[in-house]
Structures are given as C-alpha cells and as structure tokens.
Design a protein around this ligand. Sequence first.
Ligand SMILES: [Zn+2]
Length: 177
Amino acid sequence: MSAKAYTRIGKFSISDVLDHVPPFTAKLIGSVVKEYLGKLVNMESHRYYCFLRSGIACVSCGLKASFFGLETHKKQKTENFHFNLYGINEAGEEILFTKDHIIAKKNGGKNHPVNYQTMCEECNRNKGHSRHVRLEKLPNSIKIWIDGELDSEVPDNKIDIEVLKNILNSLGHWVHT
Ligand SMILES: [Zn+2]
C-alpha cells in the first residue's frame, strides 16, 4: 500500500500518537479511541504496538521515521482514520513504515508484538523468505532473550526460524488462536 493510496488530513509527532496507546492486551478492547482533528481514532492498532516495542527505525536499513500522518484509505467508502508512520529518505521522499512479522505467518508466526518488527515499506518489499533471521535485525528486547536462552554463540549471527520459534514459544508470549 503506497502513500498515494491514502488521503491525509494532518501530520502528528511520534509522541502525539504513541503516548496515547493503551497497554497491550491479547484481546483488544476495541473501544479505546481518541479524537484528532475531529476524527475518532482507534488507538489499539497492532502497528502501534509494533512501533512501541521495536522502535521507529527500520530494522533493515535504519531509516528513522519522523512523523505520523492521519489518513484514510482513498478506496474505502467509509472513513476510517488511522495513523500511518513515515520517514523521509535521502531523496526526500516519504517512506511508509510497516509492521513486519519476524516469523512470517505462513511459518507459524503469530500476531503478537513479540513477533513484530518495524520495517520500512521498501525493505519489507525486498525481504526474502529465508529460513534464517539475522540477529542484528531483531529488536533488542528479543536479542537479550536469545542471549539468555542459547548456550553457544550463534554462527554468522543467523538464527534458524525453528530455533527462534522455540525460544519465543518458551517465553509464553504467543497468542494461540
Ligand atoms: Zn528499510
């Protein structure tokens, strides 16, 4: 989904949005809304939990996000205003930031903040379907866990998806649906 697919009515700082996201609960309450520019915005988006947990820089290229756009899909008939996160690349273009699944859903990865990482749209598009995840691309919180769970060093800083899944599962943070 490129930025052109959205209609934007305002720009907000990172803290204007993320400071108002309620604590994560596995079952979203669905009623935590906040008014921005006269529009009621759902503050419980899994994307916001991703950005809170993994940070606002792309884990792959390091581009840092700089603002949120309050936007709605052009194609949707009903307005559904939400915040999209953007950074500006070296060419001065706006780059949309996405919530990426560290372990892809088709490999058993769950919809839970522990399995999310912040990635810009360009890197997300170029992401391969490797069986390995590079350690340096994981959020720090997960790296610390992995250090604690593995006895030996990780060869080439690459961790097998199955090993990573076992570690994340042992932490009991998965949402089993
Ligand atoms: Zn990137």
